[in-house]
Design a protein around this ligand. Structure first.
Ligand code: SF4
Length: 115
């Protein structure tokens, strides 16, 4: 099976063609670097994304957050349900872990400081 993708790892946006059979990647063409090869290989077998969102803070405000690493796309809704149940204590600093190991070893971390 073949799939043509636009690499989202940098602004160049190379067009990459991946040939694969089930979960086995047979060839990757069109990538200008190894990041693109890794992205395209992962995208056809197990697509992943960094999830960005907000969590409620104890003062009623919102704290912007993201996963520390890309997580499987098929887990995004389940992780959003976990995020919606979180109320975080203040203050938080950029990079603070709000939820440890929220999915597949990725933590949920603050992307802004809040008092
Ligand atoms: S393959 Fe490399 S150079 Fe091309 S878009 Fe992806 S990261 Fe950028």
């Amino acid at each position: 099976m073949k799939k043509t993708l636009t690499c989202i790892e940098c602004p160049i946006g190379c067009t990459i063609e991946v040939e694969f059979e089930g979960e086995q990647v047979l060839s990757v063409k069109g990538n200008a670097c190894l990041r693109g090869k890794a992205y395209a290989s992962s995208e056809v077998v197990c697509p992943k994304r960094v999830l960005t969102s907000t969590v409620r803070a104890e003062n009623g405000g919102l704290v912007p957050v993201k996963t520390s690493e890309p997580i499987p796309k098929d887990q995004l809704f389940a992780v959003m349900e976990k995020i919606n149940a979180v109320v975080c204590k203040l203050p938080v600093k950029i990079g603070d872990v709000i939820v440890e190991n929220i999915c597949d070893g990725a933590d949920l971390i603050a992307t802004n400081s809040e008092e």
